[in-house]
Design a protein around this ligand. Structure first.
Ligand code: GLC
Length: 655
């Protein structure tokens, strides 16, 4: 759908430029002047294209779009007026160095505040630990005030301007951000845009009959429209929350994509847009560098579709980013869009007219393909599927990851599977069986999540260590199996550290921490087994990282080495393309990265439980004869080529 290349819209936007620039100038001149003011105006000039036309498409039929932009610019000006000096300095630095987040020094860590360190004050005391691991980017899982009781791990927010009481206060969050900035680290937090908790004041007002607030949500008087939508909508939690609408007495049928207590916002209402823009500016002014925008594919609904990845969802991001950047140009958007491979890169702005949207997005396809290759001991599907994806635009980048707090959905496309002669459905089923441990000979100890009877698809829960075979080996006190498990974990991490993007270490993986077997008792419900892979940090295990001979030492040390090597290799920075290479061996994944100054980098990764050979020809052709010392189980490089040990990996560069 060609959404915003309409000549009339273009003309309207052009005509309004001087007026909009003057409006912002006037509003800002009360609080700033001189060079600072000119910089703000220049930013608006630069971003206006991404603001006016998308908003015209989204809201032009409903409201006077120029008046709307003026109103939003007031929100921006207010955000700017209250932006602390030290954050403005950071903004300046990042405007001078816009590739700051693409440098290979960027390494992320993802944790729940309480599970990692009790509360925010506790996190501040653990920064040395993170620095030791090489971390420069900390993503704390949802920490804004959520509803009491089940809140989907914090994803049902009642107040976007306060921190969950048990974790601390907004002042604690600010203090943490200051500490991080002093160390050259940045802070990422979750912002849930698609829905609020049913107990949010907006929802309460809607339920109490306020028509303006009712329009903040998607409410229907009867089942007619919901039934029409349901025809093409999937269920996100088919077992625990089937259906996409919830009957709220006195109100009607409310759109609830996820749980009944998570009410989808009506983004077709410009007031919702304005309110969320204001929220964003409030949070970034507390020192948050990166907003993880939760569940963005769901933000726009269209009858007859699955109501995901609609063009308007992209326009919403484009306009929000354009506006936030005027006030806080150092802030990044990270899109949480766990969608089909061909939809992923669009969230980085490779969409329709190639405009910026999110600066970062999850490389879900890489994650799925790594697990797929590990179970199949075969890299052909991974190599094919990854090679078929469009690269991230140069100014943006992926976050690469092995595990996160969510289940793994087996996003294997039928077309990719067919390209290597496999059946997509059978392979997805195999993966769900394999990682639940049900498949004969499986080393994994995960569990199935939300098996859907309608589609016969299931997803997977479990920590990396459990899915890699470490937990089973520990249970059986099997030394060889433990070694195999450790190698598998390190193999996967070696790829996310070098494939392109910011690697995210999921809390505990650096110590090969297993599943939380007590999760049901801890959470007080046996409903949502994603809690299996959200264990409390084991600080006693962390202490063992300095004791040679322990698994913790092995894994932690090798991750540190990967980080150090990564920092030294320009070719590993985010923003340069990754080329999949045919290694001539179906068990060995190969990819190349290049940088004009440091030359070619080649990674080889053996996904089988036997040694594998890669011929000298590939290496000779690329000229990558220098071995980067990272892996403990070193490969042998000789005249005849490379011999990779079982689950061994190898990083090579030009000498
Ligand atoms: C995102 C989160 C997930 C949550 C959902 C609804 O996908 O990662 O944990 O359940 O959004 O907010």
């Amino acid at each position: 759908m060609a959404l915003h290349s309409h000549p009339e819209r273009r003309e309207r936007a052009k005509r309004a430029r001087p007026e909009l620039l003057a409006a912002l100038r006037q509003r800002c001149s009360a609080t700033m002047g001189g060079v600072e003011l000119e910089a703000v105006i220049a930013r608006l000039q630069h971003n206006l294209y991404d603001i006016v036309e998308p908003l015209d498409v989204l809201y032009g039929e409903r409201t006077d779009v120029i008046a709307l932009v003026r109103r939003l610019l007031e929100v921006v000006a207010d955000g700017l007026a209250e932006r602390p000096e030290r954050l403005r300095v950071l903004d300046r630095r990042r405007e001078v160095d816009p590739v700051w987040f693409q440098r290979s020094r960027m390494i992320g860590y993802v944790a729940y505040t309480d599970r990692f360190a009790g509360d925010l004050a506790g996190v501040r005391k653990r920064l040395d630990y993170l620095a030791e691991l090489g971390v420069t980017y900390l993503h704390l899982m949802p920490l804004l005030q959520a509803r009491d009781g089940d809140n989907d791990g914090g994803y049902a927010v009642v107040d976007y301007r306060s921190v969950q009481r048990r974790l601390g206060t907004m002042a604690d969050l600010q203090a943490l951000a200051d500490d991080l900035h002093e160390r050259g680290m940045s802070l990422c937090i979750d912002l849930v845009l698609n829905h609020t908790a049913a107990e949010h004041p907006w929802a309460r007002a809607a339920a109490a009959g306020d028509p303006a607030l009712r329009d903040y949500y998607l409410v229907f008087d009867d089942r007619t429209e919901p039934d029409e939508y349901e025809r093409t909508l999937p269920y996100i939690f088919p077992q625990t929350a089937p259906g996409n609408f919830t009957n709220v007495s006195g109100l009607g049928w409310v759109w609830t994509t996820f749980n009944a207590f998570q009410w989808d916002l009506n983004w077709a209402n410009p007031d919702v847009f304005a309110a969320m823009l204001d929220t964003m500016l409030y949070l970034v002014n507390r020192g948050v560098d990166v907003l993880r925008l939760d569940a963005v594919p769901f933000m726009w609904k269209r009858r007859g579709t699955n109501c995901q990845n609609q063009p308007e969802a992209h326009l919403l991001l484009q306009a929000l980013r354009g506006l936030v950047r005027v006030a806080a140009p150092g802030v990044l958007f990270k899109a949480e869009a766990i969608v089909a491979p061909e939809q992923l890169v669009q969230y980085l702005g490779a969409h329709e007219r190639h405009r910026p949207q999110a600066d970062l997005a999850y490389h879900n396809q890489l994650m799925v393909m790594l697990w797929s290759a590990l179970a199949a001991r075969d890299v052909r599907l991974a190599s094919t599927a990854l090679a078929r994806m469009r690269p991230a635009p140069p100014g943006a980048g992926w976050v690469t990851y092995v595990r996160c707090h969510d289940d793994i959905g087996w996003a294997v496309s039928d077309a990719d599977a067919a390209a290597v002669g496999w059946n997509g459905h059978s392979h997805r089923r195999f993966l769900a069986d394999f990682y639940s441990g049900a498949h004969p000979g499986s080393f994994a100890r995960g569990v199935k999540f939300q098996a859907d009877e309608r589609t016969a698809d299931a997803r997977t829960s479990g920590m990396t260590a459990a899915l890699c075979g470490i937990s089973a080996a520990r249970q059986a006190s099997d030394v060889a199996a433990l070694e195999a498990g450790a190698r598998r974990l390190l193999l996967l991490y070696s790829i996310i550290y070098s494939f392109g993007g910011i690697p995210l270490v999921y809390m505990g993986d650096e110590l090969a921490l297993g599943n939380d077997d007590d999760w049901a008792a801890r959470v007080g419900s046996a409903q949502d087994n994603r809690w299996l892979h959200r264990p409390p940090m084991d600080w006693a295990a962390a202490d063992r990282r300095s004791t040679p001979g322990t698994l913790e030492h092995r894994v932690f040390t090798e991750l540190r080495r990967m980080g150090a090597a990564r920092r030294s290799l320009l070719a590993l920075r985010t923003g340069a393309p990754t080329w999949l290479k045919d290694t001539g061996n179906a068990h060995v994944l190969g990819y190349v990265r290049r940088h004009p100054r440091s030359g070619t980098f080649l990674a080889l990764a053996n996904f089988s439980d036997h040694s594998q050979h890669v011929s000298q020809e590939l290496i000779a052709r690329l000229g990558t004869h220098h071995l980067v010392p990272v892996a403990e189980t070193a490969a042998e490089v000789g005249e005849q080529g490379v011999a990779l040990p079982p689950w061994g990996y190898l990083w090579l560069t030009e000498p």
